[in-house]
Design a binder for this molecule. Structure first.
Ligand code: PEP
Ligand code: MG
Length: 464
């Protein structure tokens, strides 16, 4: 099939290879985890990896990975970041032309996979590693400081958590709570749904690890690039526009209610927040809240201990929700902007597709306008608003988010010290003016150039 003169059919060849490998693994009696059993620390090169594959990685053995497909904000890349594993995605056909067991350097900063590096290259990379290590050391000293701008504006900096394995990173990073706990990864790589008790155990561990700071549990967000076998998700033509996030939960109220009960019960005696992903209509939010109220009522009737004053939030990640934000605000205690999806849906760019990655622009004027609208309406309604997409951990974009008035930034733990450092170096008032300047420009590229100048002037030591 690789010889066929049709790129679509050529692509299918790798599907057949993959099925073949899986059949062989199963015949050998090896489960999915076996696929990543490595004898020595290695870089994995693959055509594609799913988020469920990434969840199976052994941090000690997987030094990094490179894939032909994928982009920076696919959940595979997000998982790699939370595992602190370097990754390069969108390498086109690298997996077909490489042999196993060759020495290589994977440079996740520059997006390079260097094969058979010379002694000189190895030496240079050794130097880069040392330099970066020294900067990291300095930054860790900032972990217990607050993210307060030069003129006194405080931003809460919290962590995104995907797997319970991420929890030990929380305290050392200086996170002020968990701003996004992606609960769906508890449902991955297994044959049955997790029971209520099993979920309670995990959620309690999460709450304890974050204590005394709060945790925001995001209700199950499957679909899109998170297709897990036992959830009854079927293949769809456009999975990102399909049965995803809150749509799935409202269709599978059995799964949803079990999860909500587990969160409420695990939260007994703690400060717990819950938010709903992929809200695109007002009705969805009301339905989700009604189901939550029903669950709380049942727990009260049963006299089961639970968190009684749970705070409820909506994720704003679909443009329709952003545009009706004034209707959403009175219904919730907080908002969290999921920029990964907000960018994908606003700019009509599949977040996992490397061919259109050049169009995936966080600094596109439309994105800035939408964030400004969301923050303005949230503050008018006296609620706080956070950002939990990958934008929150990008030092180049912090001036923009600070100037836009965002109250909380939630990101992979490894980014927290440097984002604190960036906020401490900036003036809120100046960044508000920067947003005005940015909105006079016409393109994402020009706005990014403006931000690069601000970064160079305020925190040059973090840039190389
Ligand atoms: C987002 O869309 O920005 C977000 C945080 O959710 P996820 O990346 O899990 O879709
Ligand atoms: Mg999202």
């Amino acid at each position: 099939m690789r010889e066929v003169d049709d790129p679509y059919l050529q692509e299918r060849a790798s599907d057949i290879m993959d099925v073949g490998r899986r059949v062989l693994n199963n015949l050998n009696g090896d489960g999915p985890a076996e696929r990543f059993r490595l004898d020595k620390p290695s870089i994995i090169v693959a055509h594609d990896l799913s988020p469920s594959d990434t969840a199976l990685f052994d941090r000690k053995m997987v030094l990094g990975f490179a894939t032909d497909l994928g982009s920076r904000v696919s959940h595979t890349a997000i998982m790699a970041r939370s595992l602190n594993i370097p990754a390069v995605v969108g390498m086109k056909d690298a997996s077909l032309s490489l042999d196993s067991d060759i020495p290589a350097i994977l440079d996740g900063y520059e997006g390079l996979l260097i094969l058979n590096p010379s002694e000189k290259t190895k030496f240079e990379y050794g130097q880069i590693e040392q330099k970066r290590h020294a900067v990291e050391e300095k930054l860790t000293k900032l972990r217990l400081t607050d993210a307060v701008s030069r003129d006194g504006r405080k931003v809460i900096v919290s962590a995104n958590v995907e797997l319970p394995d991420d929890l030990p990173m929380l305290q050392p990073s200086g996170a002020e709570g968990i701003g996004l706990y992606r609960t769906e990864f508890l449902f991955v790589n297994r044959l049955e749904l997790p029971t209520e008790d099993e979920q309670i155990n995990v959620y309690r561990k999460v709450i304890e690890a974050s204590s005394p700071h709060p945790v925001i549990f995001r209700s199950l967000d499957v679909g899109g690039d998170k297709m897990f076998d036992h959830l009854g998700l079927e293949e769809e033509q456009n999975p990102f526009l399909g049965w995803r996030g809150i749509r799935y939960c409202l269709g599978r109220t059995d799964v949803f209610e079990t999860q909500l009960r587990a969160i409420c019960r695990a939260g007994a005696g703690h400060k717990v927040r819950i938010m709903f992903p992929m809200i695109s209509t007002y009705e969805e939010l009301i339905q989700a809240k009604t189901i939550l109220q029903g669950v709380i009522l049942d727990l009260e009737k049963e006299n089961t201990k639970h968190c009684s004053d749970i705070e409820v939030g909506a994720m704003i990640e679909v443009p329709s929700a952003a545009l009706i934000v004034d209707l959403i605000v009175p219904e919730v205690d907080f908002l969290s902007i999921g920029t990964n999806d907000l960018i994908q849906y606003t700019l009509a760019v599949d977040r996992t597709n490397e061919k259109v990655a050049y169009l995936y622009q966080p600094t596109h004027p439309a994105i800035i306008q939408l964030i400004r609208l969301i923050v303005t309406k949230a503050h008018e309604g006296n609620i706080w608003v956070g950002v939990c997409g990958e934008m929150a951990g990008e030092i180049m974009l912090t001036p923009l988010l600070l100037g836009l008035g965002v109250d909380e930034l939630s990101m992979g733990s490894i980014f927290i010290p440097r984002i604190k450092r960036v906020i401490q170096s900036l003036s809120y008032e100046e960044m508000q003016n920067l947003v005005q300047e940015a909105l006079k420009l016409s393109t994402g590229k020009e706005i990014l150039e403006l931000l690069e100048k601000v970064a160079q002037a305020n925190y040059p030591e973090l840039l190389d």
